[in-house]
Design a protein around this ligand. Structure first.
Ligand code: ADP
Length: 281
């Protein structure tokens, strides 16, 4: 599917230049407000994300994780510095697929209709959309649900549809902003395992925001800890945990997983303690 696993006959996966999902962030700052009310929400942040990395952004609440993700999505520009995806400023809806905390599906469309719409915007011909949508739904564990109504499926399933929709965007970059934050613990664990599997299959670049050290340790090939507001890169931790051929439950019990989680947790606490005083909310 999409640009990473598609065949030559796939029109949506044939960009002029090879899109690979590399992210380059240099001196990126984001400020809000004017005059005396001007507040720095983020930065300066320097971060190079090579294609294929699964970067988890973690840090204290309000440090600017979502702000940074919005800059990478191209939803807003940095006040200072640069953010590029594959060497160019990001274009919303084209440079990356995005999954938010709430699924934000169209309730008047079916499950498959929501995914098909994304395929339509991605330029996939009408005749191919049904098969591609079925394929994407299958990929996120929702095989056979194309004709179901959004209100007939659970919150966890809705979030799976949102992931399928993001995967429909023909780019190698996937951005996820606390996508499982509103789900119960068991559903969250299942979806985390699924995202890990999809990542191993697709080789996409992913930037995933969470405030949970557990989630960060489980998902990330690389964990970037942001300092307290305004967030800067406080720690950049490489995970040595296996990305493939590992049972998710066994992974969570491994000693190196438990150590990584503890290291991330300590780094986040230390980052929060260093939050600069005097910044207005
Ligand atoms: P996080 O995702 O780490 O919790 P956010 O990126 O949501 O943090 O927010 C970082 C800071 O920027 C917060 O203090 C927040 O209040 C502020 N902020 C975010 N968006 C805006 C905005 N549009 N206008 C003003 N302040 C904002």
């Amino acid at each position: 599917m999409s640009s990473t696993t598609s065949t030559d006959s796939d029109p949506a996966a044939a960009p002029a230049a090879p899109a690979r999902g590399a992210v380059s962030i240099s001196g990126a700052v984001r400020e809000y407000g004017r005059g005396d009310n001007r507040v720095r929400a983020l930065g300066p942040v320097d971060l190079q994300i090579p294609a294929g990395d699964f970067v988890v952004l973690v840090g204290p609440s309000g440090c600017g994780k979502s702000t940074l993700l919005r800059l990478v999505a191209g939803f807003e520009p940095p006040t200072d510095g640069t953010v590029q995806v594959d060497g160019a400023p990001p274009v919303p809806g084209h440079s990356s697929g995005v999954v938010f905390q709430q699924a934000r599906l169209f309730p008047w469309k079916t499950v498959g209709g929501n995914v098909s719409l994304a395929l339509k915007y991605a330029g996939v011909p009408r005749a191919e959309r049904r098969d591609r949508a079925d394929e994407l739904l299958d990929r996120v564990g929702l095989a056979g649900t194309y004709d179901r109504r959004i209100w007939e499926i659970s919150g966890g399933q809705q979030q799976r549809v949102a992931i399928a929709r993001a995967l429909a965007v023909p780019t190698s970059l996937l951005l996820m902003d606390e996508p499982f934050g509103a789900l119960d613990a068991l559903t969250r664990e299942r979806l985390q395992a699924d995202v890990r599997e999809v990542d191993a299959e697709s080789g996409r670049t992913t930037v995933f925001v969470t405030h949970s050290p557990e989630e960060a340790a489980f998902l990330g090939s690389r964990i970037v800890v942001l300092s307290g507001r305004p967030g800067t890169v406080a720690r950049d931790i490489r995970s040595t945990l296996p990305r493939t051929d590992v049972d998710p439950d066994e992974l969570r019990e491994r000693r190196d997983f438990v150590e990584l989680r503890a290291e991330i947790s300590a780094a986040v606490k230390s980052a929060a303690a260093q939050e600069r005083r005097g910044d207005r909310r």
